[in-house]
Write a protein that binds this ligand. Structure first.
Ligand code: FAD
Ligand code: MG
Ligand code: MG
Ligand code: MG
Ligand code: MG
Length: 546
């Protein structure tokens, strides 16, 4: 047996995956992943393809379990209990990690430009470039201020672990300041006026957590100033939690009223100064200013600057959010994927593709469809265009065949005009997926699965309009599965809206809520820490030192 470079023995002795059929080393494709949040972590967690050289770049060397972030603001849960260091996962998977922020994506040269965190102190070494073959963008989003003056300077955001700690310190600081001697009643009232801007899930949950803290703990710790505290929740729309079922909105609004949280809907914040917050009432157009002690801003998210710049480069400058196709590939450039809060899927309209769909179904090129033709494409249509299923459900139709029947009567021969007519209303049901951890983690898992079988699929490439779902190795488009939405409302009560129009409000949903998110991603270590935090809180109350 001759021991040559390409001998079978050598290939057996050495890691097979690094050599090709001729015994030559394979240059692995370099996958650069930006971000270690819900989508990035989930992608890395499920990625199992030895043919990739994976490099992760994120300014944060941990994954953050955001659903419990509001509980950190009042000390119910410790910040370190809801972070999972990513070094462990990196070691297990053999991936590389660099703690840095990507500040520019150069798609035409397949390069990213990065800056490490303490760039100011380490002059010269803090900036570097990195090449990639494939780029996965999972950088999330940033809080959106809508350019309201004074918000950046004076308000607190609730997005990162340190934000929650800052809020916690600031709340306690307000109570200490308000307890100082020689203050007038007016001054104490001002310092203890907490304003939350934004009636979405985060704003509502934070208000509820703050209220719990005032009722359960402050009454005991700061009894003298408790009477001066006030929470105001400002919402520009007509209702809070408007993405939820009306029953949940109504329950939350009533609960807040009972709790004494001052809920002001229809009032838009137009400016924040060091002492006052100004709102414009929608009905009257009147601007009113009120003194405050602390403002927490939670009105939604916007694109990060690095993404805005990237969008300009690839001809997406006019869009509000970075767009991908249903396979999470960024539109307008090669080998770049985006997932999570950074991007939205640019769902195709049925009406745009209607001719292609029809001719695809019309196998014999007869100009009409019979039942058999039709059955061949129904599944692909539902897969590719989720709005079809939503439309059928809304109109209580079982399948597309029924839809055609309802539009065309008993006529079994369907020509393109009739086909168009039947499907003409379907696109009205299109909607973007919400910016949630649920979507982000499912997208991460989906993309990892695609990457895991990339070689097989590349051998059988099929262009999108020819329905990639064909063939033995399938690359299905991403489909979201909704497990339910949760809105913690304080007092150990959570509202849950589950698939099938099921609404539940109460203590049991609180546990359901946690287990849904915790079950898949977070380690047993963090789960234990959180449960012990809850127990400690239950037994000893919250920690109120700052
Ligand atoms: P993120 O999880 O934000 O991750 C982004 C990652 O990219 C981070 O690691 C960040 O450090 C990194 N990064 C940022 N900039 C760069 C850069 N320039 N270069 C490299 N890396 C970068 N969703 C739910 O479904 N249920 C909930 O109960 C829920 N509660 C929430 C509560 C709060 C307080 C918040 C803020 C969000 C909540 N969400 C919830 C939403 C959920 O957290 C987001 O939808 C989810 O985090 C999006 O995942 P992502 O991977 O896109 O971004
Ligand atoms: Mg991420
Ligand atoms: Mg996260
Ligand atoms: Mg985010
Ligand atoms: Mg998204």
């Amino acid at each position: 047996l001759v021991y040559t470079d390409s001998s079978p023995l050598r290939r057996l002795l050495h890691a097979d995956a690094t050599l090709d059929e001729n015994g030559q080393p394979i240059r692995k494709k370099k996958v650069v992943v930006l971000g270690s949040g819900w989508s990035g972590y989930s992608f890395l967690n499920y990625l199992n393809n030895p043919n990739y050289d994976v490099q992760v770049v994120s300014p944060r060397n941990f994954f953050l379990f955001t659903p419990l972030l509001p509980s950190v603001t009042n000390g119910t849960v410790e910040a370190r209990s809801i972070v999972e260091p990513i070094r462990g996962l990196m070691r297990k998977k053999g991936f590389e990690y660099t703690e840095a922020e990507c500040v520019k994506i150069d798609a035409s040269n397949k390069k990213i430009h990065c800056r490490s965190k303490d760039g100011s102190s380490l002059k010269g070494t803090a900036e570097f470039d990195m090449d990639y073959d494939i780029l996965v963008i999972a950088v999330g989003a940033k809080p959106n201020t809508f350019n309201t003056p004074g918000v950046e300077e004076h308000a607190y955001f609730l997005k990162e672990a340190e934000d929650a700690l800052n809020i916690r310190h600031s709340v306690i600081d307000c109570f200490e300041r308000a307890s100082l001697p020689n203050l007038t009643e007016e001054e104490r009232k001002k310092i203890l006026h907490f304003v939350v801007v934004g009636g979405g899930p985060t704003g509502v949950e934070f208000s509820a957590e703050l209220h719990d803290f005032l009722v359960d703990d402050v009454a005991k710790i700061y009894p003298k100033v408790q009477e001066f505290t006030r929470i105001t929740l400002l919402e520009a729309g007509d209702h809070i939690l408007n993405m939820f079922d009306k029953r949940i909105t109504a329950f939350a609004e009533e609960k807040f009223q009972r709790d004494g949280i001052d809920l002001k809907t229809g009032s838009m914040v137009v400016g924040v100064t060091a002492d006052e917050i100004s709102t414009k009432e929608r009905e009257t157009g009147k601007v009113v200013s009120e003194p405050y002690g602390m403002v927490v801003w939670s009105t939604g998210i916007g694109s990060r600057p690095v993404i805005r710049d990237f969008m300009q480069q690839i001809g997406q400058g006019q869009r509000r959010v970075l767009a991908t196709d249903e396979w999470l590939r960024v539109e307008g450039c090669d080998s770049v994927y985006a997932l999570g809060d950074t991007a939205t899927i640019n769902q195709r309209r049925v009406m745009e593709d209607i001719a292609a769909i029809f001719s695809k179904a019309d196998k014999g090129n007869t100009g009409t469809l019979n039942k058999k033709d039709f059955n061949g494409v129904v599944k692909d249509i539902c897969q590719r265009y989720p709005q079809v299923e939503l439309y059928l459900k809304k109109n209580k139709l079982k399948n597309i065949a029924q839809l055609l029947k309802s539009a065309n009567g008993e006529d079994t021969q369907v020509n393109i005009e009739k086909f168009k007519q039947a499907l003409s209303e379907v696109d009205s049901q299109m909607k973007n997926l919400p910016a949630t951890a649920q979507v982000a983690s499912q997208q991460g898992k989906y993309l990892a699965k695609c990457f895991n079988q990339m070689e097989k699929c590349e051998k059988k490439p099929e262009g999108p309009l020819r329905f990639r779902g064909e063939g033995r190795h399938r690359f299905q488009p991403f489909r979201y599965k909704h497990f339910g939405s949760f809105a913690p409302l304080g007092g150990e009560q959570t509202a849950a809206e589950l698939p099938g129009d099921w609404v539940s409000i109460g203590h049991s949903s609180q546990w359901l809520w946690y287990s849904v998110y915790a079950s898949k991603l977070v380690s047993w270590r963090t789960r234990m820490l959180v449960i012990s935090d809850w127990t400690r809180r239950f037994v000893f109350g919250r920690d109120s030192s700052s």
